[in-house]
Write a new protein. Structure first.
Length: 764
């Protein structure tokens, strides 16, 4: 079946050459006329002379990886509109275009390749060499890490770049690649040794200094977004994390020390919401009959030590890490406590008002102690880096394990149980008592940051270590750096710079592709989608048949016909052969022209609402077909909130196979459903009586499966989002997926057949 999945993925992203005769690529002259080094050697600006800038659609650059690297080239694509908006291109008759280059190797002759894409879909390439000067890393070790295990040419990993939240040198934070090479550093000088918090979001770096929040674009542009001193903020510490609608920052104020979280707008720093842990916990303790003055203390007492937060879109909650005490989960809107996970030998558990929220830790599992960096995994698990260090202020201080380990938990709120489902203790050999992190990129691919190895041992050198694990649990790289305290790498996140786009496309489901049997009556292929928001959305819909035989698919539909209906059932577009579509030129220039002239496609700009696309065979022909939906306007104020396909589910290769794509940048939370029995409520006959659902990643690896939706530990999240399947025999999964391509397959349990429906919902 894996080979069959690759057929689907290949079919989803076919790009065909199209325009015959002269093109804009032929008629436009582009010459590289100059190169201006950046503030740091990792950046440069190329100057181009373009004979006609009006025909440019985008410019992509890529930097060849330094041999013997196996990582993909670092690459960025700028839309023409973006270059104009940033002042890198002036209106005609000006012909000069500036292309910012980032991610260069320092002290190296970098091969930079350029791809110019034009509005007619044509393109052409160019290349140049940018030779950079060496970079002084001020003794932080980034230039020459100790490679406990180097990356080799035979290994693969879901991520190839690392954002290192650091405070070493006068240039933190930094970006590394998984070969261990330094690829970018901050141009905002470090003003103190305090751990200025930082993150990578929306194609840029966000950094704090004192009470101020800055955005540093990869082109080295520095913008101060906000100063929170008027709110009593003295310093912003630890992490910046992604929240519900903005960024989560962690202030120390004149009243509260390391016990407050602010969600702020990422564009201007406006405060959107405040989570005051002192007030939240005090209110819960008073309501439960306890005295909060015995646990909650005013500044400067470090009673809580908040060091990270994670927003969970599936249940609209915020998980906050208190190094001194526990992980605590809050309802996002009400800020009421939902659950607490931590060491029950610590002081917090002595208060009934707090212990009543405690999750039971399953047999064989360990609760986190002194943890850092909470995050949500792809399957809605909770991940933390467990330092194993007891409380430093609260008494009793709890257990002290003397070793650090990343840990991943499933949370069963029906049974009120937390079960440890993954860890990596390294034979309990790594003492890293403070800072550190673990994050999952693609499913089961991890980045572990041991920030302060040997941290409490006297007269012993201390190190930061970065370790990459693949889905098989194999160590892909293991690098070590000298450190003082947690300065060198206090927190590190996986990063994708192999295909960055400007403007950035946020987390959302972009495309749907479903393969199934087209027959007669109810046994046709029916796609549905909902556009939410305020703007119209531009899409291309395709129905493929003959070209599938190129991928080894037997019994293809020889001549597919596509019909598009609005929510009232009115036919608004129809197409048999794609070249007859009035906007076939737009289909071509977006690289979506079907390979066979008998296949169908239509280019449409649609208002928000519900739509249905039906694929049939010309002259009642039957066979296997593929229906596809492509979002061409991901930057609009609208999203594909729901995309679904109904078709006949047979056996072997004749199952219902749906592919969907998650964004270009961030993760998105989706609910995927496989329905069957409930379709009878809509007059559908011959339904699949017991559907099963399996999700695969782009490599064909199974990452999740479900038969009956109530059997999944996260069924309550499906229910709370109003997406419970009507029948208990139907399937549903809620997943927090990083950007990439995925496949959902609906089968019948025990070989059953019938009409089924696969749906993908993007949660707001």
């Amino acid at each position: 079946m894996k080979a069959f999945l690759l057929i689907l993925v290949g079919a989803m992203f076919l790009v065909f050459s199209h325009l015959a005769g002269a093109s804009y690529a032929d008629d436009t002259t582009i010459t590289i006329t100059g190169n201006t080094p950046g503030v740091k050697p990792f950046n440069s600006k190329l100057t181009l002379d373009v004979s006609d800038t009006t025909v440019l659609k985008s410019i992509q650059f890529s930097i060849d990886s330094k041999p013997p690297s196996v990582i993909p080239p670092l690459s960025g694509t700028y839309s023409n509109e973006y270059l104009v908006s940033r002042g890198y291109e002036q209106p005609p008759p000006a012909t000069t275009v500036i292309v910012p280059i980032y991610g260069l190797y320092a002290g190296y002759a970098n091969t930079v390749r350029l791809t110019y894409l034009f509005v007619d879909g044509s393109s052409k390439q160019d290349q140049t060499t940018i030779t950079t000067v060496a970079f002084d890393d001020e003794g932080c070790g980034y230039n020459n890490p100790t490679k406990l295990q180097p990356r080799t040419t035979s290994t693969s990993l879901s991520y190839d770049y690392i954002f290192d939240r650091s405070a070493c040198g006068d240039y933190s934070p930094v970006i590394l690649d998984s070969d261990g090479a330094l690829r970018w550093v901050s141009t905002l000088p470090t003003v103190s040794a305090l751990f200025a918090s930082s993150t990578f979001f929306d194609g840029a770096v966000y950094v704090t200094q004192g009470s101020q929040l800055f955005r540093i674009d990869l082109d080295e542009t520095v913008t101060m977004l906000a100063d929170y001193s008027s709110l009593g903020v003295i310093n912003l510490h630890h992490n910046i994390d992604v929240g519900k609608t903005g960024l989560l920052i962690e202030p120390d104020t004149t009243s509260y020390f390391e016990s407050e979280v602010l969600e702020v707008d990422s564009t201007d720093g406006t405060v959107l919401k405040t989570f005051n842990m002192a007030s939240i916990i005090s209110a819960a303790m008073i309501a439960g009959g306890d005295d909060p003055s015995q646990f909650v203390y005013p500044t400067p007492t470090d009673w809580f030590h908040e060091n990270g937060a994670a927003y969970n879109r599936a249940d609209d909650s915020l998980i906050v890490s208190s190094r001194e005490n526990f992980l605590i989960c809050l309802d996002y809107n009400s800020t009421d406590i939902k659950w607490i996970l931590g060491d029950t030998t610590k002081k917090w558990y002595e208060f009934p008002s707090l212990s009543k929220f405690a999750l039971t830790v399953a047999a064989g599992s360990l609760a986190p102690i002194g943890q850092h960096a909470p995050s949500i995994t792809f399957d809605q698990g909770v991940m933390v880096f467990d330092n194993g260090e007891m409380s430093l202020f609260q008494v009793p201080p709890g257990l002290d394990r003397t070793y650090a380990s990343p840990r991943k938990y499933t949370i069963d709120l029906t049974a009120n149980v937390a079960t440890e489902v993954w860890n990596y203790p390294q034979n309990e050999s790594i003492l890293s008592p403070f800072c550190g992190s673990v994050y999952e990129d693609a499913p089961f691919n991890y980045l572990i940051d041991y920030a302060f190895v040997n941290g409490t041992l006297p007269n012993v050198p201390t190190y930061a270590q970065l370790l990459g694990l693949d889905a098989a649990g194999e160590t892909i790289f293991y690098y070590q750096y000298p450190t003082t305290g947690c300065l060198t790498a206090y927190n590190s996140i996986p990063l994708h710079l192999e295909s960055t786009k400007f403007p950035a496309v946020g987390p959302q489901a972009l495309n749907l592709s479903t393969r199934g049997l087209v027959s007669s009556g109810d046994n046709v292929l029916i796609g549905g989608f909902i556009i939410s928001g305020t703007d119209s959305k531009t899409v291309v819909l395709r129905a493929l048949g003959p070209s599938l035989s190129d991928f080894g698919v037997p019994g293809v539909l020889g001549d597919p016909v596509l019909n598009l209906y609005n929510s009232s059932g009115t036919l608004i577009a129809t197409n048999d052969n794609w070249q007859s579509d009035p906007h076939n030129a737009d289909i071509q220039k977006n690289g979506l022209a079907p390979a066979n002239l008998l296949e169908s496609a239509t280019f449409q700009t649609l208002a928000p609402g519900a739509y249905t696309v039906i694929v049939t065979g010309a002259n009642s022909a039957q066979g296997i077909a593929l229906v596809e939906l492509y979002d061409l306007s991901p930057q609009s104020n609208s999203k594909l909130a729901n995309i679904s396909t109904r078709g006949f589910v047979g056996t072997l290769d004749d199952v219902l196979i749906s592919g969907f794509t998650i964004g270009d940048v961030g993760s998105a939370t989706v609910v995927v459903r496989a329905l069957g029995p409930s379709l009878t409520s809509y007059g559908v006959s011959g339904v699949l009586s017991d559907p099963t659902l399996t999700i695969y990643d782009s490599t064909g690896t199974v990452i999740a499966s479900n038969d009956n939706w109530l059997d999944n530990v996260n069924w309550i999240d499906v229910q709370q989002n109003g997406l419970s399947p009507p029948n208990e025999q139907e399937s549903a999964l809620v997943l927090h997926l990083p950007a990439g391509a995925y496949t959902a397959i609906e089968r019948g349990a025990n070989g059953g057949t019938g009409i089924g429906l696969v749906e993908v919902y993007t949660l707001d």
